[in-house]
Design a protein around this ligand. Structure first.
Ligand SMILES: Cc1cc2nc3c(=O)[nH]c(=O)nc-3n(C[C@H](O)[C@H](O)[C@H](O)COP(=O)(O)OP(=O)(O)OC[C@H]3O[C@@H](n4cnc5c(N)ncnc54)[C@H](O)[C@@H]3O)c2cc1C
Length: 465
């Protein structure tokens, strides 16, 4: 195959890992191409992940407020109706504006978007649908895909993945969500707010397994109050879809008597796995780990010189901002700089209401590693702004080293938790102590005062409780 063009860097995948790596590499003076097989840039995140799910979460929350919360504020609205077609159209508009934004950024930074499916034919060589390109560096940023569940075949009609869960044209009467992770709970929340009966079936005895246990228990109670039903310690072993819905077989996770359950729609959200299909990795000899992640060293280099990988395709939390940070770090490393990601300070957020946000170590992890710690907690019921907003569910929890007072972890459930956690991420990046945060003057009345109070509570000196 004749070589069509040569680049310093060819990034395979235009998601937040790939496109950010491409932009940063171009900013640093490299000649960069990004290959994307989708019709639009932005990857899972912008097309079928973070952005469309947040658009629907926002819209469904507006609907829920109009039907359930506004009267308490003295705002009376009669005849609230759901226009799901418009809600979905708005979601598409949001996605479209975002993906076009990435296209604009590529033009601005002179990143060449090669449209098509890439295959690494040799170190330094990438074939895209019959055209060959060479590069000093190849970056695998091909992301992830939903994990299939044996016995439950996704048809994107009655048995759907998260992608189908973002596109329903009617509110299901009963939505059964398999998997109590953040994707299942966010989509479950969307359809619950719009009127569906929602049951979450989870194999483990708890939801959101990576999050702090105390916060997760509070979270489950909050979602239960909203009418979401939970079947923990339960596995789905089979599902049969027909025109009138789906019949599922449920069994206790530990084994026991099976039962049948009916649902109109079943959402399979049991996790995601790296996607490297068709890339030619086996032929080139790129090593994968047992979970299918591309193996990399601390500099995102694979075992084959000149081939690098990042984002959901490698180990670590499958989060857009983790992928993006790796994109920047790798581009800087390729430019001879000291790119670095601090994996101890990567926030994780569940965008339900209340929101849930977490950073650093959980209480369970600290106990397991035998680290002595102090806990400071502050509830939103004692925060003036949360009361004014009518959003008092939840609390801020800070875990600090018992000897040094250094913040080791922070966990928030409550209004705008995803934004509030950024203050603690900043503090942790600077190696701050709980006292450092407690001594910062926080504006009144703000939700962030709950963060300050939790920091004060680490030393048993909270003022407003
Ligand atoms: C429903 C849902 C909600 C989510 N919400 C959040 C959230 O709120 N916050 C968050 O941080 N994360 C969220 N995520 C996760 C987030 O989307 C991923 O962590 C992120 O997109 C990973 O980025 P990436 O660049 O590694 O891969 P991706 O975004 O998956 O991008 C990879 C791209 O590579 C392309 N590709 C693959 N193979 C080839 C090939 N051979 N040739 C050319 N192109 C190829 C794919 O088409 C894809 O566009 C969510 C995910 C889902 C499914």
């Amino acid at each position: 195959m004749a070589i069509s063009e040569s680049f310093d860097v060819i990034v395979i995948g235009g998601g937040p890992g790939g496109y950010i790596c491409a932009i940063r590499a171009a900013q640093l003076g490299m000649k960069v191409a990004c290959v994307e097989k989708r019709a639009t840039l932005g990857g899972t995140c912008l097309n079928v992940g973070c952005i469309p799910s947040k658009a629907l979460l926002q819209s469904s929350e507006e609907f829920f407020h109009a039907t359930h919360a506004l009267a308490d504020h003295g705002v009376l609205v009669d005849g609230v109706k759901l226009d799901l077609a418009r809600m979905q159209a708005r979601k598409e508009e949001v996605v479209s504006a975002n993906v076009k934004g990435v296209e604009f950024l590529f033009k601005k930074n002179k990143v060449v978007w090669v449209k098509g499916t890439a295959r690494i034919s040799a170190p330094g060589q990438v074939d895209v649908d019959g055209t060959s390109y060479t590069a000093k560096h190849i970056v695998i940023a091909t992301g992830s895909e939903s994990v299939p569940l044996p016995g439950v075949a996704v048809d994107e009609r009655k048995i759907i993945s998260s992608t189908g869960g973002l596109e329903l044209a009617a509110v299901p009467k009963h939505l059964l969500v398999i998997g109590g992770g953040y994707i299942g709970l966010e989509l479950g929340s969307v359809w619950r707010r719009l009127g569906a009966e929602v049951t979450v079936v989870e194999f483990l005895e708890r939801i959101v397994p990576a999050m702090d246990g105390e916060v997760a228990r509070h979270f489950q109670r909050a979602l239960t109050k909203q009418g979401i039903k939970f079947r923990l310690g339960t596995k789905v072993t089979a599902a049969r879809g027909g025109d009138d819905g789906v019949t599922l077989i449920l069994e206790p996770a530990k084994g026991g008597v099976a039962e049948e359950m009916r649902a109109d729609i079943v959402l399979v959200a049991i996790g995601r796995r790296p996607y490297t299909q068709g890339l030619g990795l086996a032929e080139v000899g790129v090593a994968l780990d047992t979970r299918g992640c591309v193996q990399t060293d601390a500099h995102y280099a694979t075992n084959i010189p000149g081939i690098h990988a990042l984002g959901d395709a490698i180990a670590g939390p499958m989060l857009a901002h983790k992928a993006g940070e790796e994109g920047v770090a790798l581009a800087e490393i390729l430019a001879g700089q000291a790119g670095h990601v601090n994996y101890g300070v990567i926030p994780g957020v569940v965008y339900t209401a209340p929101e849930m946000a977490s950073i650093g170590q959980t209480e369970e992890e600290l106990k397991e590693s035998g680290v002595a710690y102090n806990v400071g907690k502050f509830p939103f019921t004692a925060n003036g702004r949360a009361r004014a907003m009518g959003a008092m569910e939840g609390f801020v929890k800070i875990l600090a080293d018992a000897k040094t007072d250094k913040i080791l972890g922070a966990h928030i459930i409550g209004p705008d938790a995803g934004t509030l956690i950024a203050e603690l991420a900043t503090a942790m990046e600077f190696g701050a102590s709980a006292e450092d945060v407690a001594r910062i003057c926080h504006a009144h009345p703000t939700l962030n005062e709950a963060v300050k109070e939790a920091a004060l509570a680490v030393a048993d000196r909270a003022l407003h409780i």
